[in-house]
Design a protein around this ligand. Structure first.
Ligand code: GRF
Length: 187
């Protein structure tokens, strides 16, 4: 595909979803190209992927939200980025940032939204003895894990499920669901 959509990925941690997006974006017909990776955590393992795959990256501190968003917008506009994917990014973006950016922003969350927004999803799911959980890709608005849902994948919870086994089970699905969602947005 010649005209891939210029994309930035925001991360805070390990970056396993980032890796799945990098791999997909290297396929000829995948609609996006990752032109920039931004982490608000200097120790994020995901930054090593940026180095490994030769993708421009920036660490931008989010201690001060206004400065963080201003610096991000500067880097994003400079590169004519038209799409933003949040992948394990642990901050809520302001309405101002979302409207100043002006293009689509999507996020992945490890639950069947609107259930279990926020942190510690898997332990809360297990505590409530749910029989199913899953993951959701959704558009981002200024409320936590709240924008319009793009795609979801359901997984069943075993009797002996632990927080860790559930996390791994759902992550496997996340790595497929995120690229599928991007394809579905731009088809
Ligand atoms: C994923 O479970 C994602 O849904 C959530 O944070 C986790 C990030 O994992 N938002 P990784 O950094 O992509 O490995």
């Amino acid at each position: 595909m010649v005209n891939k959509i210029k994309t930035c990925v925001f991360i805070s941690g390990k970056g396993s979803n980032l890796l799945s997006l990098i791999k997909s974006s290297r396929e000829y017909n995948f609609p996006i190209k990752i032109n920039l990776i931004i982490s608000n955590n200097i120790k994020a393992k995901g930054l090593n992927l940026a180095k490994k795959y030769n993708i421009p990256y920036r660490f931008i501190s989010s201690k001060n939200q206004k400065n963080f968003e201003r610096n991000c917008l500067y880097e994003i506009k400079k590169r004519k980025i038209r799409f933003l994917c949040l992948a394990g990014f642990m901050k809520i973006l302001s309405n101002k940032f979302i409207s100043d950016f002006g293009y689509k922003i999507i996020n992945i969350h490890p639950s069947l939204l609107p259930k279990y927004k926020g942190l510690n999803t898997h332990s809360r799911v297990l505590k409530h003895k749910e029989r199913y959980s899953g993951c959701t890709v959704h558009f981002v608005d200024a409320k936590l894990d709240s924008g319009r849902i793009i795609l979801q994948k359901k997984v069943s919870i075993d009797k002996r499920e632990t927080k860790n086994s559930l996390k791994q089970k759902i992550l496997l699905q996340e790595h497929k669901l995120y690229p599928q969602s991007i394809i579905s947005i731009f088809k």
